[in-house]
Design a protein around this ligand. Structure first.
Ligand SMILES: [Zn+2]
Length: 263
């Protein structure tokens, strides 16, 4: 009991530092979520990238001063409104920073190994933008899914979470299974039932979780997708993205595996 309290007292400064890092990183993930879809549509011809133009109000184009751009604090100080035109700043940007701060601090609090922090932060950095971008635009960008797949293989290069063999077979099996579903549905119904991005995301999860976990991942994700489908929506007939459900299911299973692996 005393040892546990001592360990947690020792971890407290690291948790606070991680929360600050998480809030700053969450702010950058917000920029990715906001700008990446338009950059992909413009195919390199966009007049903006992740770093230009500097942060500004999307209503009045007013460039933010440094004190209007501090993660979490600025949104609270400005009461969620632009200081120039008083139009609302979406709550989503504040939530991304707050959730990232909480997640970064919680990983340091729960997991004793720095390699677990890095793996979980890496996974968070890909899954959060993927889930939000897919929910808003029905798009899972290759520049996020493919590095996620490579990171999963590299993480298990020396048997980090599972054997390299299980990770490679997992990536291939995840892709091939969804590919068969994709073409089966397309041949039967004459239209796409699953997005191409979902194939790559499941392959990435195969690399992170191993082939043995793929049935649980797909069942859990399908169950979440049905729950989300039952929620009231603006356009009930519109296609529903599968990415957010996959991200929640895959991220949740990886956290659970890490807890079982470490404790
Ligand atoms: Zn404004």
């Amino acid at each position: 009991m005393v040892l546990t309290l001592l360990r947690h007292a020792y971890l407290l400064p690291f948790c606070l530092l991680s929360a600050v890092l998480g809030a700053i990183w969450g702010s950058f993930l917000g920029v990715i979520i906001d700008r990446l879809p338009a950059m992909i549509v413009a195919d390199g011809c966009a007049d903006k990238n992740l770093f230009y133009p500097p942060s500004h109000c999307t209503h009045c184009q007013h460039t933010l001063r440094w004190w209007q751009n501090i993660p979490l604090l600025s949104w609270l100080l400005l009461r969620g409104q632009c200081a120039h035109c008083r139009q609302p700043i979406p709550l989503l940007w504040f939530l991304l920073e707050a959730l990232s701060a909480l997640f970064f601090a919680a990983t340091v609090w729960v997991f004793p190994q720095p390699q677990a922090w890095l793996a979980l932060w890496l996974l968070w950095s890909a899954l959060l933008p993927l889930a939000v971008i897919d929910a808003r635009h029905m798009l899972l960008p290759d520049c996020l899914t493919l590095p996620l797949l490579w990171c999963g293989l590299l993480l298990n290069l020396r048997g980090g979470w599972l054997s390299l063999q299980d990770a490679v077979v997992g990536a291939a099996a995840g892709y091939v299974f969804l590919w068969l579903l994709y073409w089966g549905y397309r041949l039967l119904r004459g239209r796409e039932g699953i997005g191409q991005g979902d194939l790559k995301l499941v392959a990435a999860f195969g690399a992170w979780l191993g082939w043995q976990v793929l049935p649980q991942l797909l069942l859990f994700a399908a169950f979440l997708a049905i729950l989300l489908f039952l929620l009231p929506r603006r356009d009930a007939a519109a296609a529903q993205p599968f990415g957010p459900s996959l991200c929640i299911a895959g991220g949740g299973i990886f956290i659970l595996h890490s807890l079982l692996f470490i404790f």
